[in-house]
Write a protein that binds this ligand. Structure first.
Ligand code: SIN
Length: 329
């Protein structure tokens, strides 16, 4: 049996130096990465390497991620036990969730990366790659959708966040915790959340044409920069204060936008849910939902933006968007 490894670049493969800046850039291939992992040969699974990109994850696109999901689908149809994707950690919480929304297979699809590049003492890439391959090959990780494995922790793509700019333990799932851990050679899955049905595969042209904005609310923000947004964008995610609150001066602007495009209300706090019926002032969650905003629930702003763009690409209107968020968030 095999595990399919797709490499996209990121710190895990950044052993080269950019001419000019002298900073690290992606250079290692999948073969280089796997050769540097003690213990991988003992896994009992052959790693079938697909070098796809060698780039920083901040430049990845929806289309590139979906191409990898498509290739991964073919790999499992051809008999792979599971899939590992190695990439940069910067956008990993979004790419993993995008893949999770459309991954229809029981085989594990595991995303990993590294925080310390291969030129540094204590580089974490080899350990993360080994743990990810163990999870991808594990029966215990089947039917869990897309997983994120770093620092020997197994996280659901739906909940995981990058929480620190440099720490090797940066990935965490604040509301649920890790689903499991890799302990010695063993994959221990301790929590098995419900797995929502995958979304239909998006049409590439419609997806490319859908633009979703994200606005993070801040102190004394009247939202003037949102004026005209409905002429250029198909949807908006608002990362509000606390449980889904904005300044009173911004509320009418958001209401007017919600009459034209779906506007999803989320929390900028990084944990917990948007409320639905607690606060009543102008700009509170009750006021904003009454103005037509969609409740993003427990889904964070970044993942909400991914979900909204896929829904819009599938032709969802405001009602369908609200139903989809209610089912997934
Ligand atoms: C990147 O996301 O490509 C750079 C940072 C990282 O991999 O941790």
């Amino acid at each position: 049996m095999t595990v399919a490894l797709f490499t996209l670049g990121g710190t895990i493969s950044m052993a080269g130096r950019a001419a000019g800046t002298g900073g690290v850039v992606a250079r290692l291939t999948g073969r280089d990465l796997t050769a540097a992992v003690p213990g991988l040969a003992d896994l009992g699974e052959e790693l079938e390497v697909h070098d796809v990109e060698a780039m920083p994850s901040s430049s990845l696109t929806f289309a590139q991620v979906l191409d990898v999901v498509d290739a991964a689908s073919r790999a499992v149809a051809d008999g792979a036990r599971g899939v590992v994707v190695s990439q940069g950690t910067d956008s990993l919480e979004e790419t993993a969730y995008l893949a999770d929304l459309v991954w229809p297979h029981p085989e594990p699809f595991v995303v990993t990366g590294a925080m310390r590049n291969p030129t540094l003492a204590g580089a974490d890439g080899p350990a993360n790659l080994l743990a990810a391959a163990r999870v991808a090959a594990s029966d215990a990780a089947r039917d869990l959708g897309v997983l994120v494995v770093l620092d020997d922790e197994i996280h659901a793509a739906r909940w995981v966040r990058k929480q620190h700019s440099t720490s090797t333990s940066t990935f965490g799932s604040r509301d649920v915790g890790p689903l499991g851990q890799v302990i010695e050679e063993r994959v221990r899955v301790l929590v098995r959340p419900d797995r929502p049905a995958p979304l239909p595969w998006p049409d590439a042209g419609r997806l490319a044409a859908r633009r979703v904005a994200l606005h993070v609310v801040s102190l004394d923000d009247d939202g003037a920069q949102l004026d005209g947004l409905a002429d250029t964008h198909d949807g908006l995610v608002v990362a509000g204060f606390g449980a889904g609150h904005v300044p009173a001066t911004m509320a009418p602007r958001l209401g007017a936008l919600a009459e034209r495009i779906p506007v999803v209300l989320t929390s900028r706090t990084g944990g917990g849910s948007v409320l639905s019926h607690t606060y009543g002032a102008v700009g509170s969650e009750v006021d904003l939902l009454a103005r037509g905003l969609v409740n993003g629930g427990l889904l964070d702003p970044y993942k909400s933006r991914v979900l909204l763009r896929l829904l819009l690409a599938a032709g969802a209107d405001r009602v369908a968007v609200a139903e989809a968020f209610a089912a997934r968030a």
